[in-house]
Design a binder for this molecule. Sequence first.
Ligand code: G
Ligand code: G
Ligand code: MN
Ligand code: NA
Length: 251
Amino acid sequence: LELEQALHGALEREEFHLHYQPQLDLESGQVVAVEALLRWRHPRWGDLSPARFVPLLESLGLIQPVGAWVLEQACRQCVAWEGVGLGVAVNLSARQFLDPGLFTLIERVLGDTGVDPGRIELEITERLAMQEPEAAVELLGRCRALGLKVAIDDFGIGYSSLEYLQHFPLDVLKIDRAFVATVTRGRRARAIVRAVTVMGQSLGLTVIAEGIETQRQCDFVEALGVDQVQGYLIGRPMAAPSLEALLRAFE
Ligand code: G
Ligand code: G
Ligand code: MN
Ligand code: NA
């Protein structure tokens, strides 16, 4: 309850900020994009995880304003990084995705920030988009018509994964880190990662492996054909200046 009270007004008190986690393209060896991850720094409790407070934002009806702030912030940062040509991925929660005002918000933020839509990626998770598949397909199609990219996040966890790939207009497939965690340990995980990668690429998608923590995992997924990697090995989610320092190290 205390947490809920503190969330009201957290936006106005400027307690939210974004961290950025690099996504490395294995072929070029370059960081090509980042995932924006929301952080809440409470003056007394310190940094709180979105896994805890995003559901609260949703139930409190605060996800719309906070989500709008995230999108705007991510687009502004993307414009600031125009010179280095980084893409920026933004997570959308279920409530945001099903909000009829989402498309208008996106159009407004694209217009206000002047960001190149081709550099912005919307990350959706399977479980949320499945609630109203036809509306989801339509919305994603309109977003892509604006030039935005669409990623399916946490792929392989949950259900109806293949239905998504068949019907959803997508650009990127992010293999859930559960498969990366076991990829060095067993044939089954390797077979799954390889098959999902081939399938994604056959559909014209860029395939990203999430949760890469060790060089060994990175080597395995690279051998299995994955296009890009994201995880603590390449870089933790970090503030923009640290991300810029990391980019210089990759030059
Ligand atoms: O980075 P981290 O482990 O803290 O993220 C935990 C969860 O919160 C992940 O599922 C992630 O997708 C989600 N998340 C992080 N940032 C955002 C955001 O800006 N919006 C929404 N809706 N979810 C986010
Ligand atoms: O659900 P989504 O994939 O958006 O969540 C991203 C979450 O994964 C964030 O909370 C981020 O901090 C976390 N994360 C990023 N890289 C790693 C990693 O290498 N290992 C683990 N365990 N978590 C990671
Ligand atoms: Mn994500
Ligand atoms: Na994910």
